[in-house]
Design a protein. Structure first.
Length: 376
């Protein structure tokens, strides 16, 4: 392996892989991509289990975007399997349509209804809050206390180990509230999965002679053996600085897979369990991938406290965590030859398309820099 590279890229997820692809294919730059895991793809990594079911190892990754630029870019490396992501919520001993929509409202009433009636009733149920300051307020200001407690309150507590009052409005505000019959989980105009899986997409992104990939390797272990001009870091920003201001809090997860001798276990790809069981949801991703198999594999998702040795899945969006993060961000801004890109590096709860967009924007900055100063 060469000992000198233009870029050392830490992390083989979307942030690192997109930047490696752009820098190598568009600028002819050499890139060493290092990842401590045994595979590429970061948290989007998928694989076929022992019975042939394509699973998302680190939880379901439902790709969607409103950006033609991001969709067109990724389409160079994958075909797509269109999906309308559908989920249900198991509450009070039955399945409920979710996110909340007119169908949910009719279930609650036990009779047919209309958009007009639902809007009138919600207007009565809503708690008048002009500027919601947290996740509880953002939901009760839209649908009132009853629906908030049915679907959001305990699910949020279970997942984040924090009361919704302590979390940024964006946490629960990500879930749409509708008064029509649109029962899709998301509303973005493009919703699909890579036709042959995420791992195949990443293999194509990283398939360039200027890109070298080292797996099962901590990036600090290569610092003394290779030279580089610029570092791109997509890991946890507090770990980059040896937690000098204190460790940022994250949420971790545990996944328990079970293979069943039936074509499907549940009616949709995801069922939330806000008020029952220790797990938050059961995912049967076969509904989304479109695989035709006589067997199925379901995955139960258990939230866990983060600690060294576990994966840091979710930065915690809360006022106190942002105060600590800003100390690290201020220090990162002073770095001259380091780029921080991705969910953990910027301590933000980003979707996949947002990370791709961030990586493309960082490439543009690096490209301009390279044009201005060819030595970099």
């Amino acid at each position: 392996m060469p000992k000198e590279f233009d870029y050392l890229i830490v992390g083989a997820g979307f942030a690192g892989a997109v930047l490696a692809e752009r820098l190598s294919s568009q600028l002819g730059k050499s890139c060493l991509v290092v990842d401590r895991r045994a595979h590429i793809g970061g948290n989007a990594y998928d694989f076929y289990d022992r019975v042939g079911v394509l699973l998302h190892r680190y939880g379901p990754h439902y790709f969607r975007t409103n950006s033609d630029r991001i969709k067109d870019y990724l389409s160079q490396f994958t075909d797509w399997h269109p999906v309308e992501y559908k989920i249900l919520s198991w509450t009070d001993g039955r399945f409920w349509q979710f996110p909340i929509n007119l169908n949910t409202f009719e279930q609650l009433l036990g009779r047919p209804s209309t958009t007009e009636e639902m809007e009138e009733v919600l207007a009565q149920w809503r708690v008048p809050i002009q500027d919601p300051r947290n996740s509880e307020e953002v939901i009760v200001s839209q649908v009132g206390v009853r629906l908030y407690e049915m679907f959001f309150k305990n699910y949020t507590r279970k997942h984040w180990r924090r009361d919704p009052k302590e979390l940024d409005p964006s946490v629960c505000g990500r879930i749409p509230i509708r008064t029509n019959r649109d029962d899709r989980y998301f509303s973005e105009k493009f919703q699909a999965l890579p036709k042959h899986g995420y791992t195949r997409l990443f293999e194509r992104l990283l398939d360039h002679p200027k890109i070298k990939v080292l797996l099962r390797t901590a990036y600090r272990n290569v610092l003394q053996s290779v030279r580089y001009k610029h570092l791109i870091f997509s890991g946890a920003i507090d770990e980059f600085y040896d937690c000098c201001y204190g460790a940022l809090p994250y949420r971790s997860l545990q996944f328990t897979a079970e293979t069943l001798e039936t074509e499907y276990y549940q009616p949709v790809m995801q069922v939330n369990y806000p008020n029952d069981h220790e797990f938050t949801r059961i995912v049967e991703i076969k509904h989304a991938t479109g695989q035709k198999l006589p067997v199925t594999t379901i995955v139960r998702e258990y939230p866990e406290n983060y600690m060294p040795g576990r994966e840091a899945y979710y930065p915690i969006p809360a006022p106190d965590t942002q105060v600590l993060y800003r100390r690290y961000a201020k220090r990162a801004e002073a770095e001259k030859n380091v780029s921080f890109v991705g969910r953990l590096a910027t301590y933000r709860y980003y979707n996949m398309d947002q990370v791709v967009g961030m990586a493309l924007a960082e490439f543009e900055r690096l490209s301009q820099r390279s044009t201005t100063n060819p030595a970099n």
